[in-house]
Each structure stands twice: as C-alpha cells, then as structure tokens.
Design a protein around this ligand. Structure first.
Ligand SMILES: *[C@@H]1O[C@H](CO)[C@@H](O)[C@H](O)[C@H]1NC(C)=O
Ligand SMILES: *[C@@H]1O[C@H](CO)[C@@H](O)[C@H](O)[C@H]1NC(C)=O
Ligand SMILES: *[C@@H]1O[C@H](CO)[C@@H](O)[C@H](O)[C@H]1NC(C)=O
Length: 320
C-alpha cells in the first residue's frame, strides 16, 4: 500500500472509533454501602470509585457524592442490595445499559436529580418493588423504557415535566398497583395509556396537577381503579366510562378543574367514599344533586381530627 492511501485509511479507522465511542464520561463516584452485621447492627462502608461494586449482600447503596452520569459499566451490583438510592441533585444522564443485570430487589430511588429523558431500554428485567424518579426534569418517557419488572408495585414519576408518555413506554409490570404521574405537563390522556396496569390488580392512579384538558373515554379501559387523582387540571368533562367501568372506585379527586356538571353515571355510583370536588363552578342542577347525595350518602365535608372513618364529599356551595 502506498503512503497516500494509508493515511486516509488510518483516518477512517480513527473516525469510526470516535463515532462509536460512548460519550458518557465515567468519573469517580462516592457512595455508601450499608450492611447488617451478624448482630443486626448497621455497618456503613464509604467508597470512592469509578465502578459502584457490591460483592456481599447489602441493605442499601446510597450515592453521596456529586455524580453527573451513570455510564454503562459504572455500576456492578453482582450481589443483591435491597435498595439503590441516589438523591444528590447532580445526576444528568443515565446511559442505556447502566442498570442492566443489577441485583436490586426493593427500592430504586433516583429523585431530585436532573434526568431529562427515560430512554428506550433504560430499565428492564429488574426485581425492584418500588421505582421512584420524582423531582427530576423528565420530559419524555420513551417507548419500551420501563419493561419486565415482575415485582414492581409502585412507580412514582411525579414532579417532572413529562409531556410525552409513549403508550408502550411501560410494559410487563404485572404487580403494579400505584402509578403516580402527578405534577407533570400531560395535556391529554389517550386511549389505553394505562395498558400496563392489569385488571386483576386493584390500582391507584395519580394524574393530579398536569395540564389535562381532555380524557379519552377509553383512557382507563380494562382497569380496576380504587383511587383516582385528576384534581388541579383543566378538565371540563369527565368521561362516564370512569364511573361505569370501575366497580370498586372508592376515592376520586376532581378539585380545581373547570367542571360545571356531573353526569347521572356519577350519581349512580355506590362505592365512592371520598369525593373531592371543590374549586369547580357547578351549575345549580348539579349543586342540588350534590346536596341530595351529601344527605342520603351520609358524607361529611372534611375528615375529622380524631381519625374516625367517615365518608367525605367536599364541593363549593352556592345560592341555588
Ligand atoms: C444518602 O446520601 C444522601 C446524600 O449524601 C444523604 O443526604 C442521605 O441522608 C443518605 N441516606 C442515608 C440513609 O444515609
Ligand atoms: C462484576 O463483579 C463481579 C464480582 O466482583 C465480577 O465477577 C464481574 O466480572 C464484574 N462484571 C463486570 C461487567 O465488570
Ligand atoms: C385548589 O387550588 C387552590 C389555589 O391554587 C389551592 O390553594 C388549593 O389547595 C387547591 N385545592 C385542592 C384540593 O387541591
């Protein structure tokens, strides 16, 4: 090979290597590992290392230093740690692959950080029971980003900036019973957005404090909801399917919306114990029906201090 051919070849190989290299920069990470000794005392080890490692059963791993990224290869939890916590406020990116094959079986909490996207393939095949990503800057939960979490019961995504929850973002979470995406930027709930929740599991869903203007009648299809939070949105109507499909609905939060009426299907429900409707300007025919429901249902306006079980119906009265 002549010299003038060799140079471009070397350049090409070099460019190829650069474009393929991950731009995730590994840095030293400070973290604590807590273990229980044989006498059930908690023992904490401090670490400062490029790879978070665990090779003996641990109670928790807690990030304590200002980490910016978790890269593929930054974490190697090869022996079980019950919890993984990161609340240091500096974390911006998690590279896809960083949490592959990590043995964490209880809480997974990355809250109060600066994560912007939950990418396709980010969290899969984990044994965690609780996943908490609250108070980040998440705008988007991409397709197939939270997949195959057979033990997951609770998923907290509140206090982010989510405007785009892909309909297949979350899949195969058969035990999930609490899904909270309140205080985000969702504008609508499309058909079957909660398809990852199973009908056999009675569930609680929180979508409070978004910018919801519209809910598709099929948004909650195939679910069995116990508690539903839709307060502090811009809803002017609520689809009847919510009242007709959920035979065990006990608690509904609709305060601070733009509702002016409630349908007959709502008034036909027999299972509602907690109904929150303040901050809506209902027309008189609805107010009259609410007064009637209040009396005949044995509700009170707010929960008493003594913690006694009561049924609550709160709404703003007006002259009718
Ligand atoms: C985990 O680390 C954070 C940040 O250093 C700290 O504020 C928090 O108290 C730690 N949690 C535990 C249980 O040690
Ligand atoms: C993770 O740690 C285990 C045990 O220390 C080791 O055998 C394994 O090779 C490590 N895996 C990676 C990907 O470094
Ligand atoms: C309704 O909005 C007002 C004003 O923002 C707030 O003070 C109140 O707590 C809200 N009520 C509920 C039940 O969220």
């Amino acid at each position: 090979m002549s010299n003038n051919l060799r140079i471009p070849t070397i350049l090409l190989v070099f460019l190829f290597a650069v474009s393929n290299a991950s731009d995730c920069v590994k840095e030293k990470i400070q973290y604590d590992i807590a273990r229980f000794t044989s006498s059930y005392k908690e023992e904490i080890e401090h670490h400062d290392d490029v790879v978070i490692k665990n090779d003996k059963e641990a109670f928790y791993i807690n990030i304590t230093g200002p980490v910016k990224s978790f890269c593929k290869g930054s974490i190697n939890i090869s022996v079980r740690s019950h919890h993984f916590w990161c609340g240091v406020s500096t974390l911006k990116t998690i590279e896809v692959g960083a949490f592959d094959n990590q043995i964490i079986d209880s809480q997974f909490i990355i809250s109060g950080n600066k994560i912007k996207v939950v990418q396709t393939g980010l969290f899969h095949d984990l044994q965690v029971e609780l996943m908490d990503l609250i108070y980040n800057e998440i705008e988007e939960i991409q397709e197939n980003s939270i997949v195959n979490l057979p033990q997951l019961t609770t998923l907290h995504l509140s206090h982010n900036k989510i405007s785009n929850l892909h309909p297949n973002a979350i899949r195969n979470t058969p035990k999930l019973q609490w899904f909270d995406i309140s205080n985000n930027n969702l504008k609508t709930l499309g058909p079957k957005v909660f398809d990852f929740l199973r009908k056999e599991v009675i569930v609680g869903i929180g979508v409070s404090g978004n910018n919801l203007e519209k809910i598709d009648p099929k948004a909650f299809e195939g679910l069995n909801i116990y508690t539903l939070g839709l307060d502090n949105n811009h809803l002017s109507t609520i689809p009847d399917t919510i009242f007709t499909n959920n035979k065990e609905l006990s608690e509904i939060h609709l305060a601070n919306n733009s509702l002016t009426s409630l349908s007959d299907k709502f008034f036909e429900m027999k299972t509602l114990n907690f109904i929150y409707l303040s901050g809506n300007d209902f027309k008189c025919d609805t107010i009259l029906k609410l007064r009637d429901l209040f009396k005949r249902g044995g509700y009170v306006k707010e929960s008493p201090k003594n913690g006694r079980f009561v049924k609550i119906l709160s709404y703003d009265e007006k002259d009718c």
